[in-house]
Design a protein around this ligand. Structure first.
Ligand SMILES: Cc1cc2nc3c(=O)[nH]c(=O)nc-3n(C[C@H](O)[C@H](O)[C@H](O)COP(=O)(O)OP(=O)(O)OC[C@H]3O[C@@H](n4cnc5c(N)ncnc54)[C@H](O)[C@@H]3O)c2cc1C
Length: 369
C-alpha cells in the first residue's frame, strides 16, 4: 500500500508529480487554491527547448532540461492514454537566429559543447534558412537548427494532466481560496479557507510563484518571485512558419491550428497578471524583424502569466533536510512545461527512496538559507 501524499498546487508541476506518484501506487490529493492550470502553466508558450534556452554550459540544469525533453515522447503518450484526451505535441525543430557576424561566434561556442549531448545542431547560412523558412527576414544572417526541440499546446496539456489524475484516482480539491500548512514536522496537516483539514504522511510543495509564502512556516529562505510574462498570438497563418524561431528579443511558436504565439516579456509587477500596451508593443515592434509579414498584422489574443523565478535561476527540487517527508518542487521559471516529466519522476524517486534520475544537488531547497 502506498503512502498518503498531499500535493500543494495544481499547476503543471503539481499535476505531473501527482500523476507519477499515483502511478507508483500512492494515494494522492492535490490542493489548489483556484483552478488547476489557471496560473503560469496555462499561460505558457509550451516550448520544449533546452538547447535554445541554455547556451552557456552543460551544467546540471541543462542536463535536467535535456533529460526532460527526452522523457517527453513517452510521457506525452502516457498522459494522452490515461486522460483519454489529445493535445498537441509537435516536433517542429527550432531555429536560433542571429543578425550580426559577431553573434556567429556565440552560436559556434554553443554548438561546440552542445554537440557532445547528442544533438544534430547545425548552423545554417541565410541561403539554407530560406529553404526551411522561406518568409524569414533577410536581416537574419544565420541560425542554429535544433531538430529535437518541440512544443506542446500548454493549456491542453495541463487539462489532460488534470483529467489523467482524476481518471486514475487522484483526489483534486480546487477553488480552496487559500491553504495553510498547520503541521509538517511529524504528520502533515493542512487547512483550507473553509476550515477543512487535510492530513497525510508526505507533502509536496508545488505552489509556483507563491512558494515564498511558506518561508515563515518552514523557517527557510525560499526566494521565489513572480516574473510576469506578457505574450500574444496571431491567427490564420497556417503553413507560413514551420519552426520555433528564437531571437535575442523574443520567439515565435507556430501552433497546429494556424496561430503563431509570440512571447514573451519579463517584467517585475508583483502578482499582477494584466496585459499592458507597452509590454505587447515590445514584442510586436520587433517581430517583423523575424517575419516581415507580421508588420501588417495585429495579434488577435494577448495574455500574461507569472513565472516562478528563483534568485539563482534554478528550481528548488528536493526534500527538506529537517523533514525529509516534505518535498519541494517549485521555481521552474521559464521552463516548467519542459521540466514537468523529469520533475515528476524526480519527486516520485525521492518519495520512494530511489536513486536520482539526474543529479539534483544544484537544486537543494536549503541552498539559500
Ligand atoms: C508567458 C509565459 C510563457 C512561458 N513559456 C514557457 C515555455 O515555452 N516552455 C516552458 O517550459 N515553460 C514556459 N513558461 C514557464 C512555465 O509556464 C512555468 O515554469 C510553469 O508553468 C510553472 O509551473 P508550476 O506548476 O510551478 O506553477 P503554476 O502553474 O503557477 O502553478 C502553481 C499553482 O499553485 C497554486 N497555489 C499557490 N499557492 C497555493 C496555496 N497556498 N494553496 C493551494 N494552491 C496554491 C496556484 O494557484 C497555481 O495554480 C512560460 C511562462 C509564461 C508566464
Amino acid at each position: 500500500m502506498g503512502e498518503r501524499i498531499i500535493v500543494l498546487g495544481g499547476g503543471v508541476i503539481g499535476l505531473a508529480s501527482a500523476l507519477e506518484l499515483n502511478n507508483r501506487g500512492h494515494q494522492v490529493t492535490v490542493l489548489e487554491k483556484s483552478k488547476c492550470g489557471g496560473q503560469a502553466s496555462g499561460a505558457a508558450a509550451g516550448m520544449l527547448a533546452p538547447f535554445s534556452e541554455i547556451g552557456e554550459d552543460p551544467d546540471d540544469f541543462f542536463q535536467l532540461c535535456l533529460a526532460s525533453l527526452r522523457l517527453y515522447p513517452t510521457w506525452q503518450k502516457e498522459v494522452k492514454r490515461l486522460s483519454n484526451r489529445g493535445f498537441e505535441y509537435i516536433n517542429s525543430g527550432s531555429l536560433h537566429a542571429v543578425y550580426h557576424e559577431a553573434d556567429l561566434l556565440a552560436l559556434e561556442t554553443r554548438q561546440s559543447w552542445q554537440k557532445d549531448w547528442g544533438t544534430e545542431a547545425n548552423i545554417l547560412t541565410a541561403g539554407e534558412l530560406k529553404q526551411k523558412e522561406p518568409e524569414l527576414s533577410d536581416n537574419i544572417i544565420a541560425a542554429m537548427h535544433y531538430p529535437e526541440e518541440s512544443h506542446v499546446f500548454a493549456p491542453d496539456y495541463v487539462r489532460a494532466l488534470e483529467e489523467a489524475c482524476r481518471n486514475q484516482g487522484v483526489t483534486i480539491c480546487d477553488e480552496l481560496e487559500h491553504v495553510s500548512v498547520l503541521e509538517w514536522r511529524g504528520d502533515i496537516k493542512l487547512q483550507s479557507m473553509d476550515g477543512r483539514i487535510f492530513t497525510s504522511e508526505k507533502l509536496v510543495i508545488c505552489s509556483g510563484a507563491w512558494a515564498q509564502e511558506l518561508e515563515e512556516t518552514f523557517s527557510l529562505r525560499i526566494p521565489v518571485y513572480p516574473i510576469r510574462g506578457q505574450i500574444c498570438a496571431y491567427d490564420n497563418l497556417q503553413g507560413r512558419v514551420n519552426h520555433i524561431v528564437y531571437t535575442s528579443q523574443g520567439y515565435l511558436v507556430p501552433k497546429g491550428n494556424g496561430t503563431i504565439v509570440n512571447g514573451a516579456s519579463e517584467d517585475i509587477a508583483g502578482f499582477a497578471t494584466d496585459v499592458t500596451e507597452k509590454g505587447i508593443l515590445r514584442l510586436t515592434n520587433w517581430n517583423y524583424q523575424i517575419f516581415p509579414f507580421l508588420k501588417e498584422m495585429k495579434p488577435f489574443h494577448r495574455w500574461a502569466g507569472l513565472r516562478p523565478a528563483t534568485q539563482d535561476g534554478y528550481p528548488l527540487i528536493g526534500s527538506l533536510e529537517e523533514a525529509p517527508h516534505v518535498i519541494m518542487a517549485t521555481g521552474h521559471y521559464r521552463n516548467g512545461i519542459l521540466l514537468s516529466p523529469v520533475t515528476a519522476v524526480s519527486v516520485a524517486n525521492i518519495v520512494d527512496g530511489l536513486a536520482e534520475h539526474v543529479p539534483l544537488n544544484l537544486f537543494k531547497p536549503e541552498r539559500f538559507s
